[in-house]
Design a protein around this ligand. Structure first.
Ligand code: SF4
Length: 220
C-alpha cells in the first residue's frame, strides 16, 4: 500500500497516488528567486495546485513519485519538517520588520529558533509561534511554545495546541528579553525530550503539574 515517502520528504495525497513536497521557508519568508523556483518546478512537473499551508509554507501538490527527486534538485531548497514527531513549523508574524502595531522583533527571534530547532526529533509533533504583539496573529496561545511580544518584553507560554484535544498554553514567564526566551525554550525542549509518552507538551505539563514544570525550569 502506498504511504508517505519519508526519505524523500514526500507526503502521500488523498488520491493515494501523488505526493506533496514542501520546501522549508523559515518564517514564511521567501526571496523572489525561491518563489520563482517553486513556480518553475510546478510548471515543469505539470502541477496545477500550490497550497499555502497554515505553517507559512507552500506545498507543491500532486507530484508523481518518479518526479520527486528531480523536483527537489530543481528547487535547491531544504525540505520542511512537515510530517513526523519533530519540531515542525516556527510560525512568525511580521513583527517590527513590517507591522506598525508590533512591539517586539518576532521575525529575528523566530528565525533564530527556526535555525536551532526546526526538524529536531521529539516525542510528538511540536509547534512554536512568535508574535510581535498581543494581537497574536501567529496564534502563540495554541502552540507547544508560544512567544508573544508586549511593550515590556516577551511573554512565553507552553503546552498549547489545537487538534483533537485543544489546549491553551500556560504562561510560564513574562517580561523576557530575547536571550531569556532562548534559554527557556532550550530548557523546555530538554525536559520534553525526556518525556516517555508520545503526547504533546501540554500533556507533560498536565502530568507534572504546572508548578512542578515551572520549578524544573527554575521559575518559582
Ligand atoms: S501579532 Fe501584532 S505585530 Fe504581529 S502581525 Fe499581528 S498585529 Fe502585527
Amino acid at each position: 500500500m502506498a504511504k508517505d515517502l519519508l526519505d524523500k520528504h514526500a507526503i502521500l495525497q488523498r488520491d493515494k497516488q501523488s505526493y506533496a513536497i514542501v520546501p522549508h521557508t523559515p518564517g514564511g519568508i521567501v526571496t523572489p528567486d525561491e518563489l520563482q523556483r517553486i513556480v518553475d518546478v510546478a510548471k515543469k512537473y505539470d502541477i496545477d495546485t500550490l497550497k499555502f499551508t497554515s505553517a507559512q509554507r507552500i506545498a507543491i501538490v500532486g507530484l508523481n513519485e518518479d518526479d520527486i527527486d528531480a523536483a527537489w534538485l530543481d528547487l535547491d531548497m531544504k525540505p520542511a519538517a512537515a510530517i513526523g514527531k519533530c519540531v515542525r513549523s516556527i510560525k512568525v508574524c511580521p513583527g517590527t520588520n513590517f507591522c506598525k502595531r508590533a512591539q517586539q522583533d518576532a521575525v529575528s527571534l523566530g528565525l533564530l529558533i527556526d535555525e536551532k530547532y526546526h526538524g529536531m526529533e521529539l516525542p510528538s509533533k511540536f509547534k512554536i509561534a512568535v508574535s510581535g504583539c498581543m494581537n497574536s496573529c501567529s496564534e502563540p496561545a495554541v502552540k507547544d511554545i508560544g512567544i508573544m511580544g508586549t511593550p515590556r518584553g516577551f511573554i512565553l507560554m507552553a503546552g498549547g495546541n489545537a487538534g483533537i484535544r485543544p489546549r491553551l498554553g500556560d504562561v510560564i514567564a513574562e517580561g523576557l528579553n530575547e536571550d531569556e526566551v532562548l534559554v527557556l525554550v532550550e530548557k523546555i525542549i530538554n525536559i520534553y525530550k525526556g518525556y516517555a509518552k508520545r503526547y504533546r507538551l501540554g500533556r507533560l505539563i498536565d502530568d507534572m503539574g504546572l508548578e512542578n514544570f515551572k520549578k524544573e525550569l527554575g521559575i518559582d
